[in-house]
Design a protein around this ligand. Structure first.
Ligand code: FPP
Length: 249
């Protein structure tokens, strides 16, 4: 989709209208591999490499937050072999590549319920989140064992405990109270959500946070998604009118 443009250079982005936060559903790794007669895990490896490039592209463009859906609460239903391959990849990235991102002043954290992940993966996540406190650049939020409904369920549990223990009145449960009980507390809502591979579903991603987001669906399979594709998505976003339920002035 080139919006009538011939080359990527024509996607002049307006620096005044850059989104602060982009969220991405990285879809299509399996199909990318199948098209090449490769095992699905090769698709996930290529997907992780694409993520690395997109992190640096987002950093160069001056974005503040990037949230990526790496493993959903539903992904456990995949074959043991595929889940194992994704976890091995994650382990390798957490212990090696993510440290490289931190050295480049990128901050990283995880949203989702990490208690179901292997202990060494949990420890690596906590270490990365600790080091990130000293960094000031792009914040990358990795959604792992994440589901929007599960996140809301856990948030309701926290709020219910605050009420039961007398720290909060039921009448004081504002939208801000809910926002602050979510895994994404402290992060602004994404202005733009991208899903690759031609699928047009939200798949339980950031259900509360996307109330006013723009959506961009790309036909490109995630391992092929690059800086030019990201630029196109932002160009699309900048050329839409955002109304937030109100009227345009
Ligand atoms: C969706 O493609 C992708 C996933 C479920 C996994 C995403 C994981 C990565 C991009 C690797 C992330 C790695 C790190 C280190 C964070 P799919 O398998 O559903 O593709 P398909 O729809 O074509 O089968």
């Amino acid at each position: 989709m080139f919006f009538g443009k011939e080359t990527a250079e024509e996607y002049q982005l307006n620096p005044e209208k850059m989104p602060k936060h982009i969220a991405i559903i990285m879809d299509g790794n399996g199909r990318w591999a199948t098209k090449r007669a490769l095992p699905r895990k090769a698709g996930h490896k290529a997907g992780a490499e694409a993520l690395e490039k997109i992190i640096y592209a987002a950093k160069d463009m001056g974005l503040e937050h990037l949230t990526v859906y790496a493993f959903s609460t539903e992904n456990w239903k995949r074959s043991e072999e595929e889940v194992g391959a994704i976890m091995d990849l994650l382990r390798m990235y957490l212990k090696n590549y993510f440290k490289k991102f931190l050295n480049d002043n990128v901050r990283m954290d995880v949203i989702g319920d990490i208690s179901r992940l292997d202990k060494d993966i949990q420890d690596a996540i906590l270490e990365i989140e600790e080091i990130s406190k000293t960094k000031t650049g792009l914040s990358v939020h990795i959604a792992l064992n994440y589901g929007g409904r599960d996140e809301l369920r856990r948030a309701v549990g926290k709020i219910a405990a605050d009420i039961a223990e007398g720290r909060l009145n039921p009448t004081d449960v504002t939208e801000d109270v809910i926002t602050n009980a979510l895994d994404t507390a402290g992060t602004p809502d994404p202005e733009l959500v991208i899903r690759t591979s031609g699928e047009e579903r939200i798949s339980n991603f950031l259900l509360w946070q996307i109330a006013y987001s723009e959506f961009y669906f790309s036909e490109v399979l995630w391992p092929d998604f690059d800086k030019t594709e990201l630029q196109k998505a932002i160009y699309y976003y900048q050329n839409r009118e955002r109304r937030f339920g109100g009227r345009l002035k």
